[in-house]
Design a protein around this ligand. Structure first.
Ligand code: TYM
Length: 340
């Protein structure tokens, strides 16, 4: 099947289940803005509140976090005049197509999902059914727009492969060329930002240690302190990329620097090779504060006008439904639902 029949369209989303980390920003959000600014694609960016409730969320906090995430998108450069900005539950076609995909995806496919295994932990019997079906709803998020490209961090790769499997099985079972085989966009120096305390663990909002991550709302002093205290080894930085092998913490800080500065890792090492962490860390802290502080203050400003955020989300939902309603209708028709 050729994808050229599909409008170049980007979809991506994040869970409003906690604060944003530097990992979310460098792995995904920064790329949302770049793809919007490229002008090649229609861009749709989403707060996935239905995904968030696959694990328990306090209702008042979920609402606050959803608005805060919208503010973070806008503060980082997602422009509601150029991108469609939505909250998942306000566009009902996501959940409706999600049900159809629950009937396309196989139990065995879901059981192989490493994120389910990680999140459900040892007590999988007690996980919600929603958590198990999470990737089918994610496929629906993407395919209800016939999205062709999805910018994400490295940890979402398996979910995007599953999205392609679901599209291919639907097309095959019903003998149609209806859903595109979406391309993941996993690019840049920081597709997997690691914990500042342990270079073998992903930086995550759910890590119990706040020192392990940089939050997008951390103030300048906190950012500097966390970077100063970041785990490293005693050696100086190498001048070549090869020298970062087996040095996960050093590699992580260099990757973060490269992504924040829009430089390649090679360039960073050309500039800082031979430096001790005693000098590299303050340079990284200064760069991080310069890039992140304006986003944090813009977020605070936007959160001062919640009515405006709600207005933007209601408008985004209307714009989104112009795309999603016809795609759902056609899906129902293909499947054989009377009245569609
Ligand atoms: P979530 O909310 O866990 O993460 C949002 C995005 O941030 C990226 N990310 C990272 N990138 C690099 N390093 C890290 N340490 C790091 N931590 C998180 C994630 O890869 C992701 O791109 N399942 C998705 C949400 C979702 C979605 C979708 C995404 C639902 N539907 C449709 C794309 C398309 C998730 O849990 O993201």
């Amino acid at each position: 099947m050729s994808d050229s029949q599909f409008t170049p369209r980007v979809f991506s989303g994040m869970q409003p289940s906690g604060g944003l980390t530097l990992g979310n920003y460098l792995g995904a959000l920064k790329r949302y803005v770049e793809m919007q600014d490229e002008g090649t694609y229609e861009t749709v960016y989403c707060m996935v509140d239905l995904h968030a409730i696959t694990v328990w969320q306090d209702p008042a906090e979920l609402a606050a976090k959803t608005r805060e995430l919208a503010a973070a998108y806008i503060a980082a450069g997602v422009d509601p005049e150029r991108s469609i900005l939505i909250n998942q539950s306000q566009v009902p076609e996501h959940a409706q197509l999600g049900w159809v995909f629950n009937c396309v995806a196989r139990m065995g496919w879901m059981q192989r999902m490493t994120q389910f295994k990680d999140k459900a932990g040892k007590n999988a019997q007690n996980a919600s059914l929603g958590l198990f079906g999470y990737p089918a709803l994610m496929a629906a998020d993407i395919l209800i727009y016939h999205a062709t490209h999805v910018p994400v961090g490295d940890d979402q790769k398996q979910h995007l492969e599953l999205t392609r499997d679901i599209a291919a099985k639907f097309n095959h079972d019903y003998g149609v060329d209806f859903f595109p085989l979406t391309e993941p966009v996993i690019k840049g120096a920081a597709t997997r930002v690691m914990s500042l305390r342990d270079g073998s663990k992903k930086m995550s909002k759910s890590d119990p240690s706040d020192a392990s991550r940089i939050n997008m709302t951390d103030d300048a002093d906190t950012i500097a302190k966390k970077i100063r205290k970041a785990k490293t080894d005693p050696d100086a930085l190498p001048s070549e990329v090869k020298g970062l092998e087996d040095r996960p913490e050093a590699r992580n800080l260099v990757n973060i620097y490269a992504a924040l500065a829009d430089m390649s890792v090679e360039q960073v090492l050309a500039d800082h090779g031979g430096a001790q962490f005693g000098t590299f860390k303050p340079a990284l802290a200064e760069l991080a504060v310069a890039k992140l502080s304006p986003i944090a203050s813009e977020m605070t400003r936007l959160m001062g006008d919640v009515t405006e955020i709600d207005r933007l989300l209601a408008r985004g939902a209307e714009q989104a439904r112009e795309i999603t309603a016809p795609i759902l209708k056609k899906t129902y028709e293909i499947v054989g639902m009377v009245g569609s």
